[in-house]
Each structure stands twice: as C-alpha cells, then as structure tokens.
Ligand binder design. Structure first.
Ligand SMILES: C[S@@+](CC[C@H](N)C(=O)[O-])C[C@H]1O[C@@H](n2cnc3c(N)ncnc32)[C@H](O)[C@@H]1O
Length: 192
C-alpha cells in the first residue's frame, strides 16, 4: 500500500509553550505534508559533544549566519543562537523536522533569531551564510560541493560531522569520541 501523503501529528506543538493558557487543554492537530521527495540522508542527530565541537571549530560569532543543510531537530543552529548569539537558518526537506526545530527553538527562546525552511538543500539559497554545517553522507557532500563553492562568499566556513569532501583537503580535522565512538569533524574555508 502507498504511504499516505499527509500525516497527522497530534499535539505536535503543544510542548513549545507558545499557546495561550486558555487553549492549553485543547488538542492541537497539525496536518503535516510528507517530504516532497525522499530525503537523501535519513535523520540521525549529532551528539551534543560533537555539536559543541562543530561550533568551536567554526569559531562562531554573534555576527554569523549559521546554516544547517539538513537541520534535523535544529540542535546545531539553536546552539549557535543560544551559546554564541548568532542568527541561523534551518533547512530540511522533511516538514516534520522543521516543526520539531521550530518548537525546540521556541523552547530555547531563540526562535526569532532563526529562519526555518522546508526546502531541498540542493535548491535552497545559501548566499548569505557565513557558516554552513553538514551531517550528511559522503556522496551527498560531494554532490553539494559545487554549489557550496559557487554560491558561498569567500571566507565562509563549512563544517562537516563525520564525512569529508573527497579531494578538497580540510583546513582542520578533529576527532570527538562521545560514548567512546570516534567521530571526525572537518573544517573548510571557501577560497577566493
Ligand atoms: C543525519 S541528519 C542530520 C540532522 C542535523 N543536521 C544534526 O546534525 O543533528 C540529516 C538530515 O538531512 C535531511 N535531509 C536529507 N536530504 C535532504 C535534502 N535533500 N534537503 C534537505 N534536507 C535533507 C534529513 O531529513 C535529516 O533531517
């Protein structure tokens, strides 16, 4: 049987704390469209220790615009906004992930600093990014590389959890081992 195009999430936003008190007891039904096409990479969150290292490696500042291409639950851009005062752009092809990200950003008190886009990372406009975060797959990084080099300003930092960029050598690589499992984190800078 074909998967339904529409999924109903009950009370998906109720935990966000943004509803007026008089509405709190009412169930909230949100119609969520399935992704426009199958995601290129399944959802898997980056562990908190690795998120911290990604932000440190990128040397995130309050003036930065931090993109996460395939943002999942939004944890990386939320941490960039909360811990460093940066602005963020959360892009995911799966509408459920964007709902979750928005709810998490509201809970963290940083939603006004973040833009949420239910878009394909290969199509989305990344021209104003100063930092781009990735946790994708090796072949997806390689397919994305021409867009990154074409559209990002020189000096933009790109940080990838786990996967490299083929023959584009990183400026830095560090290993983070949460739970004893070694995870590389790579940093590149867009050249002139
Ligand atoms: C491995 S998860 C990483 C989540 C988050 N960046 C993190 O590190 O915690 C990959 C995410 O990319 C999203 N994704 C996969 N293909 C995509 C595409 N073509 N455009 C936008 N998002 C995509 C998935 O829905 C998923 O949420």
């Amino acid at each position: 049987m074909k998967a339904p195009a529409i999924a109903l999430l009950a009370a998906a936003l109720a935990a966000g704390g943004s509803r007026p008190a008089k509405m709190a007891a009412e169930p909230l039904l949100v119609a969520v469209q399935a992704p426009a096409r199958a995601p290129d990479v399944p959802y898997e969150p980056t562990p908190p220790d690795v998120v911290r290292e990604m932000l440190r490696l990128a040397d995130v500042r309050p003036t930065d615009v931090v993109y996460d291409l395939g943002c999942g639950d939004g944890r990386i851009v939320i941490a960039a906004a909360k811990s460093y005062g940066a602005r963020g752009v959360c892009v995911d092809i799966d509408p459920r992930r964007i709902i979750e990200s928005r709810r998490n950003a509201m809970s963290a008190g940083v939603a006004p600093r973040i833009t949420f886009r239910t878009e394909d990372l290969f199509q989305t406009d990344i021209a104003d990014a100063t930092v781009v975060m990735l946790f994708l797959w090796p072949e997806v990084n390689l397919r994305l590389r021409p867009k990154l080099l074409r559209e990002l300003k020189p000096g933009t930092r790109i940080v990838s959890h786990w996967h490299d960029m083929g023959d584009w050598a990183p400026d830095k690589m560090v290993i983070v081992s949460p739970g004893g499992r070694a995870r590389p984190v790579y940093l590149w800078t867009v050249p002139r």
